[in-house]
Design a protein around this ligand. Structure first.
Ligand SMILES: Nc1ncnc2c1ncn2[C@@H]1O[C@H](COP(=O)(O)OP(=O)(O)OP(=O)(O)O)[C@@H](O)[C@H]1O
Ligand SMILES: [Mg+2]
Length: 294
């Protein structure tokens, strides 16, 4: 005769086996509609009478569920494609000296400047623009002396917008010119330049960093290489929604030059297109000192 304890253990084993069996059966029954739904139906089966259960499982329901799943699959695929695209644009970035940079608003230290109040206001303006750009498209120009933090705040805006789902790309204009001027000696660069150009057209947030250095330092301003002019012109054209007379994406330029100096390097029409007219969209780093290597 089994003892009470043995009976209890046997009953427990039995119960476990039954549960396992039922679980498997449910998996088989509900395989096409996913585990989450299977669990829901299991609950329903316990509480609903068999006729009601059969009704729930009717063809109409199955069809609706199939459509829902199909929609979910499509949405997931679209999200994956967008994600891949975003990564691709970012990877097409051209960093100065091939060194990727990151900067976010929390890295902005106002005390590095002799006039912390001015630094604070500039940081606040950049942050305010980043917030606006979460739901709008316009260009930004950041101008000022070397090392005052233009590139850093441009990166912070891009980072903020990327965290918000937009795609971003950084282009050092000097590096771009360097690539373009070498393409005649190295044919493989043509493909690379075309890929970069395409990304520059399509990306949501494009930083054109150190815009103007390609025209030489101040005092020796000269027109920029014809191929570079053409590329920039085509990119800027493609980033304008002519029908609605507004910007298609967001272009952020950082520069040591004034707008009129830039017009000596590039066609005026092009400069007018990328350099925002609205003073609210311009950040002048005035009363700031270079803090590189501090
Ligand atoms: N307010 C700040 N807080 C923290 N780091 C700063 C600040 N200002 C500048 N820096 C740092 O100083 C260095 C120079 O800044 P940045 O490259 O942004 O200057 P820039 O204005 O773009 O200079 P350039 O005209 O030479 O390109 C960077 O390493 C940047 O992170
Ligand atoms: Mg810079």
């Amino acid at each position: 005769m089994p003892t009470d304890r043995e009976k209890l253990l046997a009953a427990n084993d039995n119960l476990k086996m039954r549960q396992q069996y039922e679980k498997q059966q449910q998996k088989d029954d509900f395989a096409p509609i996913g585990e989450g739904m299977a669990r829901m139906f299991l609950k329903a089966k316990q509480h609903v009478d068999p006729d009601e259960f059969a009704r729930l499982m009717d063809d109409d329901y199955r069809e609706r569920r199939r459509q829902e799943l199909e929609e979910q699959t499509i949405n997931k695929a679209v999200a994956e494609v967008n994600d891949t695209k975003k990564k691709h644009y970012y990877k097409c970035s051209l960093w100065s000296g091939d060194k990727p940079l990151t900067f976010s608003f929390s890295d902005w230290k106002v005390d590095l400047q002799p006039d912390p109040h001015a630094a604070k206001e500039i940081g606040k303006k950049a942050f305010g623009l980043a917030k606006q750009l979460e739901n709008d498209n316009f260009n930004i120009a950041m101008s000022g002396d070397r090392g005052v933090g233009k590139t850093s705040l441009a990166l912070a805006i891009m980072q903020q917008l990327m965290d918000n789902g937009k795609s971003g790309m950084f282009v050092s204009t000097a590096e771009l010119l360097n690539l373009i001027s070498r393409k005649y000696d190295d044919a493989s660069l043509v493909t690379k330049i075309n890929r970069i150009k395409r990304s520059m057209v399509e990306v949501d947030v494009l930083i054109l960093d150190d815009f103007g250095t390609e025209g030489g330092m101040t005092g020796a301003i000269k027109p920029v290489h014809k191929d570079m002019q053409d590329l920039m012109y085509q990119v800027s054209n493609a980033r304008v929604d002519f029908e609605n007379n507004r910007s298609k994406g967001i272009t952020i330029i950082t520069t040591n030059n004034t707008k009129s100096e830039l017009k000596k390097m590039y066609e005026a029409k092009f400069v007018d297109r990328v350099f925002p007219r609205n003073p609210d969209h311009q950040i002048a780093f005035e009363n700031m000192k270079g803090v590189r290597n501090v």
